[in-house]
Design a protein around this ligand. Structure first.
Ligand code: ASP
Length: 255
């Protein structure tokens, strides 16, 4: 899967620029660039961003410094980039949450994804998986759904803040199966995954890039991937359609 992402990233050039490049193309970049990642280190956005910036730095001959600016589902970071000088030296690796879902979930969002940013490249499409703590008492998705419906009052589910991919896709899942578990926000899904593996969280809907090693190591359970096809990184995990929940289709993007 990393190979697939790298292929996508190699074809792409950069993240989403906070501003329009003002300097003539031949002078840019004449100093180091800052790439803002709106979630915690080692999570999906961070990993995808760092793969891209490593290549960008080589191609551009300038260093690219990553800064993780967390909180409020990534909107604190996006606000900072929207307000950064209009010179092309502050970029953000945004996603479906920061640059789409947040618009409808934050009534006073201080930026507009369509006018305050210059889009540069789509970096990766990331299927969403339903994953649970390793001792979750359900052997497949049908049993999982029956269990969460019967125990919704005692369950908790993690997400990376209101409007994040995990939040929005988790809400979609909860709405389809008609449950209202307690949501626990984290600064990204890397720390959420840690809590899941430690058994502090019951389940989570997350981007595939974050969860493959933990699933393979048996540290967490995967019930289904919410795409029409199985994923080559996890060929044994059924699709939601195969597992009995075709209505749950979810895939995120980073750009
Ligand atoms: N996957 C996260 C989300 O739910 C963010 C991250 O940690 O990259 O939006």
């Amino acid at each position: 899967m990393v190979v697939r992402i790298m292929a996508v990233c190699a074809a792409a050039v950069a993240g989403v620029m906070g501003t329009v490049v003002a300097a003539p193309a031949q002078d840019y970049p004449s100093r180091s660039i800052t790439m803002i990642v709106p979630f915690a280190e080692h999570g999906p956005t961070d990993v995808i961003s760092r793969i891209v910036t490593e290549h960008m730095a080589k191609t551009l001959g300038q260093s690219i410094v990553t800064e993780n600016v967390v909180g409020a589902g990534g909107t604190i970071a996006a606000t900072r980039v929207a307000r950064a000088p209009n010179d092309g030296y502050t970029l953000i690796t945004g996603h479906m949450g920061t640059h789409a879902a947040a618009v409808s979930l934050y009534p006073n969002l201080p930026y507009r994804p369509d006018t305050d940013f210059e889009p540069v490249a789509l970096l990766a499409g990331t299927p969403i998986l339903i994953v649970a703590r390793k001792d979750f008492p359900a052997k497949d998705l049908k049993e999982f759904i029956a269990y969460v419906r019967a125990n919704t009052g005692t369950l908790n589910t993690a997400h990376a803040g209101v409007g994040s991919v995990s939040h929005v896709s988790g809400q979609l899942f909860n709405q389809i199966v008609n449950i209202r578990p307690t949501g626990v926000p984290f600064n990204g899904t890397a720390p959420a995954l840690k809590a899941l593996a430690a058994g502090q969280i019951d389940y989570l809907c997350d981007q595939i890039v974050n969860v493959v090693p933990a699933i393979k190591a048996g540290a967490i359970k995967a019930y289904a991937v919410a795409t029409p096809e199985r994923n080559p990184a996890l060929p044994e995990v059924p699709t939601t359609a195969e597992a009995g929940l075709p209505a749950f289709q979810a895939q995120a993007w980073n750009a």
